[in-house]
Structure formats: C-alpha cells, structure tokens
Design a protein around this ligand. Structure first.
Ligand SMILES: NC(=O)c1ccc[n+]([C@@H]2O[C@H](COP(=O)([O-])OP(=O)(O)OC[C@H]3O[C@@H](n4cnc5c(N)ncnc54)[C@H](OP(=O)(O)O)[C@@H]3O)[C@@H](O)[C@H]2O)c1
Length: 328
C-alpha cells in the first residue's frame, strides 16, 4: 500500500488528508519513486485554498517537486536503475501528477539524478525555485553580465534562487521586500541592494540605484497596482517576466512606459515546460550550478509528512525565508 495527500474540497489547510492507496504501477514512460522529501510551493497552497484560478477535480492531488529513490521503471524508460537517487523537475500539472505521497509516479522526462552531495531535503527544494528562475532570467530574458535585475518578492524561494541565477550570469540583483527585517538576510543571500517597498519610495530609490537607467530585467511574482512601479523602473528595451500574482489584485499596466521604452512583458509557468530540448537545457544549467556550488538550495524549515497542514500554514504565514520542505 502507499499513501497520498489529497483534498475533497478547497479551503483551509485542514482539508488535506492522507489517503491509503494501492501502490501505483508505472506506465510505459513513467518512473515510480519512493519519496524521501517534498518541496512545498505557494501555488499548491493557493490551489488547495481555491485561489489559484484553476479549478480542482476531487479528490485532488498536489505536489510539483520531490526527491527519493527509483523503485520501479516503466517499460520504455532507460537511463535509470532501481535505487537511483533522483528528484523531480516540475513540468506537469496537478491533474496529471502529484508528488505529495510516499510512493508516487512521475513522467520519466521530469526525473533527474541529482548530485550526491545534496541531501534529500535540499534536492526536494531545488527544481521549482531554480527552474522558474532559469526559465525567466536565462531562457527568456537572456540575462547577461552587467545587467541590473530587479527581483520582486525576493524573499520567496524563487526570488532567492533568482538572486543566485542573476549572480551566476554576472548581473546585479536588486531585491524588493515588504519587510525591513528581511533586508540583511537578502544582502547575505547575494542581493547587491535591497529596497523595502513599505518604507521607501520604490521608483525613486530604484532610479537612484540604477543611476536613472532602470533595470534591464524585472522578475515579478506580485503584480497588482505596484506593477506600474516596476514598469516605470525598467530600462529602455527591458523585459518584465511575470511568474506569480501574490497581490491577488489586477495588475496596473501603464502602456505609455511600454511604448516609450519598447518593453517586453513575458508570463511564464514552470509546469508548462513541455519542450524536451528546453527541459534538457534547464537540467544541465541547474546540475552544473549545483556541482560547482554556484547554486545552493535555500531551505527555510522542514515538517513531517503527517503534518503537511502545518507546512501549508507556515507558507501562508510568510514567516519563511526560502523553501519549506516536508520529509517522508
Ligand atoms: N509561474 C511559475 O512557474 C511559478 C513557479 C513557482 C512559483 N510561482 C509563484 O511564485 C510566487 C512565489 O512562490 P514561492 O513558493 O517561491 O513563494 P514563497 O516562498 O511562499 O514566498 C512568498 C514571499 O512573497 C512575498 N509576498 C507574499 N505575499 C505578497 C504580497 N501580497 N505582496 C508582495 N509580496 C508578497 C513575501 O515576501 P516579503 O514578506 O519579504 O515581502 C513572501 O515571503 C507564488 O505566487 C507562486 O505561485 C510561479
């Protein structure tokens, strides 16, 4: 038998329950994984709460990323052996696969052998963060040495990964947070400058920090009315990559900024990574960064599998700094 965390209606974290299921049998292109750790993402919390925008079919499963050992292989799968230590690159939707379990199926294309020096917890906290940062900053924005990269919600797990990805490209990451008490930790995490949006005039401060040139790349998970400030703070020919809507409000879009500066606005979704060549580039980038230690997973706190609800509540509290991981 196996166990999976599911929910039968959207709502608070207590809608999550552990279901006993038959041990899943992999299809031809699938791998079964004995899960050791699960990375928790804000999107899953919103999906459970019913605020994600995508309806859930019930009982609904969750989970984009996990690390564990291969324990069964589909007929057409090659390159893996039973017992291999692997992790999952988010590249599917919750209606297809859910990693919140002790024995789960994953599409073979999403499975990767991670470096031996990573713990299960670090491996489970790697791919959503670095995958999203790579897709936005490298794949779409082509971040280069010397670029100024403006990172909103920089204390998020993706934001912290984006700081490392920007640094690896030789760019200068400027971090935005609402909380002054997180500023020092952001500098320690690699930010060149920190702007506290609740205390400083964001546009004025970013103009000062960029010597009025603005940021060539903007990486935003917040949206809402303050998106106008990010467009105002973008450089001529700049690109704004949108990957989340944490504000929950409609984004303001001052078209005149886009027209005058020739801005590009690009939305991304890691789960929509369905091109195998792009997925291979992402894996190669992250694996080489992990090997060289230029990319380091940032785990904030762990919870046991039986207490998944507390892990979700912790993410909702915004007290974390980096990735929340559940151990199995
Ligand atoms: N498109 C994709 O492929 C993709 C992939 C991964 C994640 N996401 C999205 O990216 C976002 C971040 O995910 P995550 O798991 O990395 O988040 P997270 O670790 O839970 O971090 C969220 C951080 O964002 C900030 N924040 C929260 N609500 C905010 C608000 N209303 N306004 C401004 N800042 C706010 C807080 O930082 P401060 O307290 O420091 O301000 C908080 O610590 C989520 O919206 C998630 O759904 C999208």
């Amino acid at each position: 038998m196996a166990h999976k965390i599911v929910f039968d209606r959207t709502g608070g974290a207590d809608v999550l329950r552990i279901a006993e299921i038959a041990t899943p049998v992999p299809g031809a292109e699938e791998v079964r994984i004995l899960v050791r750790a699960i990375g928790i993402n804000r999107a899953e919390v919103n999906f459970r709460a019913g605020t994600h925008g995508q309806p859930a079919g019930f009982p609904a499963q969750l989970g984009f990323e996990a690390a564990g050992q291969v324990d069964a292989l589909g007929a057409n799968v090659s390159g893996f052996e039973i017992g291999d230590a692997v992790s999952i690159v988010p590249s599917f939707t919750p209606s297809q696969y859910g990693m919140y379990g002790d024995s789960v199926l994953a599409p073979a294309r999403a499975v990767v052998k991670h470096p031996a020096h990573l713990s299960w917890i670090e491996a489970a906290g790697t791919w959503m963060s670095f995958g999203t940062a790579w897709t936005g900053l490298i794949h779409h924005a082509d971040t280069q040495s010397g670029d100024v990269v403006l990172i909103n919600a920089a204390t998020s797990s993706v934001g912290l990964a984006a700081i490392q990805v920007a640094r690896r490209a030789g760019a200068l990451p400027i971090a935005l947070t609402r909380r002054a008490d997180k500023a020092l930790a952001l500098l320690a995490a690699g930010a060149e400058h920190v702007v506290v949006t609740t205390e400083q005039d964001t546009v004025k401060e970013l103009s000062r920090l960029t010597k009025e040139l603005g940021a060539r790349v903007v990486f935003d998970a917040v949206g809402g009315p303050a998106f106008a400030d990010l467009m105002t703070s973008a450089a001529v020919g700049g690109i704004l990559v949108i990957y989340g809507v944490l504000s929950g409000e409609m984004s303001a879009l001052p078209a005149i900024q886009a027209i005058r500066k020739g801005l590009t606005i690009r939305g991304i979704a890691a789960s929509a990574l369905d091109n195998d060549a792009t997925l291979a580039s992402l894996k190669a980038y992250v694996l080489s960064g992990l090997e060289a230690n230029t990319l380091q997973p940032n785990v904030s706190k762990t919870f046991p599998f039986a207490d998944m609800a507390s892990a979700h509540r912790h993410v909702e509290s915004n007290k974390h700094f980096g990735k929340v991981v559940v151990t199995v």
